[in-house]
Design a protein around this ligand. Structure first.
Ligand SMILES: Cc1cc2nc3c(=O)[nH]c(=O)nc-3n(C[C@H](O)[C@H](O)[C@H](O)COP(=O)(O)OP(=O)(O)OC[C@H]3O[C@@H](n4cnc5c(N)ncnc54)[C@H](O)[C@@H]3O)c2cc1C
Length: 381
């Protein structure tokens, strides 16, 4: 069965949903394809920074108000960083962020995207292959449906088929992380307004997190650079269990807590290496374009922003069918102009701190000196 559209979007996570939302009143006919149906979970820390709200506001100010009315979330005003010797440094945020379970946040965003009446959703889609032709792109689904469009937007996450097939992406472990997550209830001393980040001896470079969710639940996890995981044959699930059960300072918080699921893991393609993220009749967004912050592991806001940038260029170039590799280079330039500075500095932060326990201890100690405290500006979050 042949179905024709203007744009094919693979993946309806934050990148694909924001793309579709941005084009709400454009009249462009969009096929939004996902291998899942919504609501669906995504393994994540669930920290949604204030930048996500800025992006929503830019698309439509009502979206921010709507998100704020959206119930299951916590309001985040600071991060508590812990050194390997468990000294705490508080970093205040200049704007309020949130922790929202991805099953809820992505579903909220997806439903907003589906208010685009020119978008048709293909749930539970098993994509067999993508055909890249001179005048169009076609996607063949296992149920026999063939979807054609002028351009395809790869928003299909860390294992993106579009990135592999059309851009030849391969995982580079030096610029890729792995992380695991487990939801908990009743973690003792949970601070409802703070992201807790622990740099732990024996578990560097990487960090353990406890992020507060609504209903006294917490998103608990641990992540590391894939290069280290491979070289040291680290089992992230075992590491998370060991951190919780074997470190007395952590166990004290967890001994009456209840895990709500098995530990689950997923990959994080980091933005510390530049890739060509568009080409003839395709654009990559979010994780498919490897746009996760190399230090914090945050990728929701960059997925949303890249989705918005892609939508704006697709709309601008649509009438002229200007989707050659050269025509789309403006997208790469805009994304990297906005994000590369942060990615590079955070990459170097990650490299310099590395496994240097003494350095992290020292920096947190220095950060707590009263005259430094007075001078630390609130972090942008
Ligand atoms: C453990 C962990 C913790 C993290 N913590 C945070 C955090 O706290 N804050 C933060 O900002 N970021 C965090 N991230 C990163 C964040 O999860 C991603 O950057 C973000 O989800 C990227 O959004 P996306 O839309 O690009 O991809 P995704 O959210 O992965 O969405 C991709 C969509 O594509 C669909 N799809 C995949 N393959 C196909 C296919 N072949 N055909 C059709 N559909 C397909 C999927 O079903 C999915 O719906 C974390 C990541 C991990 C792994």
């Amino acid at each position: 069965m042949l179905k024709q559209f203007d744009v094919i979007v693979m993946g309806a996570g934050p990148a694909g949903a924001t793309f579709t939302l941005t084009l709400k009143d454009s009249g462009l006919r969009i096929a939004l394809i996902d291998k899942a149906s919504f609501p669906r979970d995504k393994i994540c820390g669930d920290a949604v920074s204030s930048i996500a709200k800025r992006i929503l506001r830019q698309i439509d100010p009502n979206l921010e108000t709507d998100l704020l009315d959206f119930a299951p979330k916590t309001n985040i005003t600071k991060a508590l960083l812990y050194s390997p010797n468990f000294e705490q440094l508080e970093i205040g945020f200049s704007k309020v962020g949130h922790c929202i379970r991805r099953i809820d946040f992505d579903n909220w965003l997806f439903n907003k995207a589906m208010e685009n009446k020119d978008a048709l959703f293909f749930p539970n889609a098993k994509v067999l292959d993508i055909e890249h032709q001179a005048e169009k792109v076609s996607v063949n689904l296992a149920d026999g449906t063939r979807i054609e469009g002028k351009i395809i937007i790869g928003c299909d996450g860390a294992h993106s088929m579009v990135a592999k097939q059309l851009a030849g992406f391969k995982v580079d472990r030096k610029h890729y992380s792995g992380a695991v997550r487990q939801y908990y209830k009743n973690v003792k001393g949970l601070k409802g307004d703070s992201l807790e980040v622990y740099f732990l001896k024996g578990y560097l470079p990487g960090y353990f997190w406890i992020f507060p969710l609504s209903n006294n639940e917490a998103n608990v996890g641990f992540g590391m650079l894939s290069d280290t995981i491979a070289k040291q044959k680290i089992d992230l699930k075992k590491s998370l269990k060991a951190i919780i059960h074997e470190l007395p300072e952590v166990w004290e918080r967890f001994k009456d807590a209840e895990p709500l699921e098995e530990i689950q893991g997923f990959g994080l393609p980091l933005g510390s290496k530049k890739y060509p993220i568009s080409g003839k009749r395709f654009i990559l967004c979010g994780d498919a374009a490897s746009l996760i912050d190399p230090f914090s592991g945050e990728g929701i806001e960059t997925a949303m922003e890249s989705g918005k940038f892609a939508a704006e260029l697709v709309l601008k170039n649509f009438k002229a069918d200007a989707y050659s590799a050269e025509d789309l280079l403006a997208y790469d330039a805009r994304v990297y102009k906005k994000m590369w500075g942060n990615f590079r500095s955070h990459y170097w932060m990650q490299k310099i701190l590395g496994k240097r326990v003494w350095l992290i201890n020292k920096l947190i100690q220095i950060g707590n000196l009263p005259w430094i405290q007075k001078r630390i500006p609130k972090a942008f979050y």
